[in-house]
Design a protein around this ligand. Sequence first.
Ligand code: ZN
Length: 124
Amino acid sequence: MKCENCGNQLFIDDRFCSRCGAKVKQSSTYNHDQHQQTVVDQNPPREKKSVALAVILSLIIVGVGQIYLGQVLKGLVLLISSLLIGFVTVGLGAFVLWILVAIDAYKIANKINEGRTVDEWEFF
Ligand SMILES: [Zn+2]
C-alpha cells in the first residue's frame, strides 16, 4: 500500500503517511482481507501427525518415530546412541532408551498436533 500524496510505502495500520502526513484512505474490507492474509501466512496449516504411528515406529526402530515427526537428526542420533549404549550395556541401556524414546515420540506428536512449534532437538 502506498501514500496517494507522495507514494511513500505505508504499513497496513498507518492512518497517516509517515513522510508527508497525508491522511491515508483505507477501505475497511481491503484492510480486513489483508489482515486475514497475514494471519494465514504466519500460521500455515500444519499436517497432523499420528501419535500412535510415531510411538509404534519408535518401538520398532528407536528414533524412527522422531524422524517421522520431522526431527530427522535427533532420530538418527537416538538410533545410533541406542546401538552404542545397547552394545556397551549388553542391551539394558538400550531398553531404557527404547522406552524413553517411545514416550518422547508420544509427547512430541501431541505437541505438533496442538499446533505448537517443536524444535529439532526438543525432547518430551
Ligand atoms: Zn505521503
